[in-house]
Design a protein around this ligand. Sequence first.
Ligand code: FES
Length: 181
Amino acid sequence: MAQTGNFKSPARMDTLGAGAEVSSSGTVPGGKPRETGLKGVDFERRGFLHKVVGGVGAVVAASTLYPVVKFIVPPVKEIKQVKELTVGKASEVPAGSGKIYQFNEDKVIVVNKGGALTAVSAVCTHLGCLVRWEEADNQLFCPCHGAKYKQTGEIISGPQPKPLKQYKARIDGDSIIISKA
Ligand code: FES
């Protein structure tokens, strides 16, 4: 039995090379292994299979690595910027205390001094620790390296290079509202 095909086409002849045997009838004798008679054709098939296997491998690798990378690299959260924000209830910051709230990308400490509220960034300008309100010493204190600030954020002493960023805080009804200064 003989295999048939268009073995005389120019593209096929280029693939087969100059030494390839051509049948004038357009047939290849049956029983002859393709590896010896049509080496160019097998190279094409092998190349195609390599591409398919490579493509499948790439898809499998990507689908395996994607969740791993998503797990390792946390998503970037976009914080919506607002001019003012209701952060909590007035009862959460009784006189003589301070409480930290999230406001836009910053953490802000609201201090209640005898009923008057002030708000400054709670992020120490030295290395970023959070300050706390110390009523007895009438100051904001950073426990990391001892930075001290006034209630309004100005520097008292310590290694910090800058004062704390200022905000506004007010009570509306039962709510505490922080706004940009
Ligand atoms: S981080 Fe606050 S004093 Fe160093």
